[in-house]
Design a protein around this ligand. Sequence first.
Ligand SMILES: C[S@@+](CC[C@H](N)C(=O)[O-])C[C@H]1O[C@@H](n2cnc3c(N)ncnc32)[C@H](O)[C@@H]1O
Length: 345
Amino acid sequence: MTRPAIHPRAHDAAIDDALRAAIHDDRLYEVAETLLAAAGRLHPDDALLVDAARRACLRIGEQSLALAHSVADGLRDASIPCAVEVAESRALQYHLCTLSLAGDDPTGAVDWLKSAGFWCPASTDTLHWESFRLRNSELTMCRLDDASSCLRLRWQASRKAGRALALRYPLKALRSLLRRVRQRPPPAIDTVSLGELRGTPRALMPALFEFAALRPEDVVVDIGCGDGRVLIEAARRVGCRGIGIEAQAGLCAVARERISEAGLGDRIQIRHDDSRGFDGSEATVIFLFVPVRALSILVPEMLPKLAPSGRIIAHEQVALGEVVAPDRSAPLIGDCALTVAHLWR
Ligand SMILES: C[S@@+](CC[C@H](N)C(=O)[O-])C[C@H]1O[C@@H](n2cnc3c(N)ncnc32)[C@H](O)[C@@H]1O
């Protein structure tokens, strides 16, 4: 028997701590198996929670592998040879699969993946893209689906990136690019990177909202809102209003389209802006799914600006390190998604 999203915490706080530490060490499956071996000593509710964590890892692994094979089939049908890289363990903590491409040019595969719903921040017909793909040998793309599945593409590194670029592009084009880069004014504000698009899995949202005690009168601000999924679900499930701040124009367009499809245009606003353009004043709840280094900057900046009932909610799968200690943390285990949630008041 599994529970859809387990919340708020285990019967025994030590189990919560063990699961949280296991998630942070990327050893959840292993630790869950060890705890279950001693199931006789666990409270029955905690045994269920630990078993749900173990099953979630297995399901995430199965789904990731199935996705890898279906994408690989699609690419091969499009005459793009590739192979699925199989993870060492069949259990995973997040939806991620890896495909290795034959050859050193991932452009066709990336275009195919874009048409299959994976998000790629770059356009593949520019000199910037050429430069990127010649200087790198992998790229992770995230699909805008409920699970937020990620796919890592690997290709053979080009050892002579500079020469390959020069052969493909006339010197004039390279000089003009260089001129444009040099002339570009420095950013007006000191930006903080909130990372690339990784959507919060939809299955975790009810537990996250409950954890943050969201109420209809709340105004949730998602800083780095991606495709707007968190705000849409919060408005649908709880009835609160939302503001999304997103640096990428393409994602703002996707978010606005989804909001309009959901008939929530009067409740959610998307702003194409940098996180630094937001002063915190309108929020009763700030939602953050960003790398820990960004949390360590944003949490202390935003906390003093919050109203007395205001709170910050974040989730992640890596330890918080230097980030101001949260008031509450808890592992959230869903059917095929998991995370550690944190709340600051
Ligand atoms: C990890 S995703 C989180 C998406 C969304 N909050 C969710 O939970 O589904 C981080 C998002 O932040 C955006 N981003 C990165 N740096 C940013 C910045 N400086 N200002 C605003 N948005 C930014 C990215 O484009 C990406 O969509």
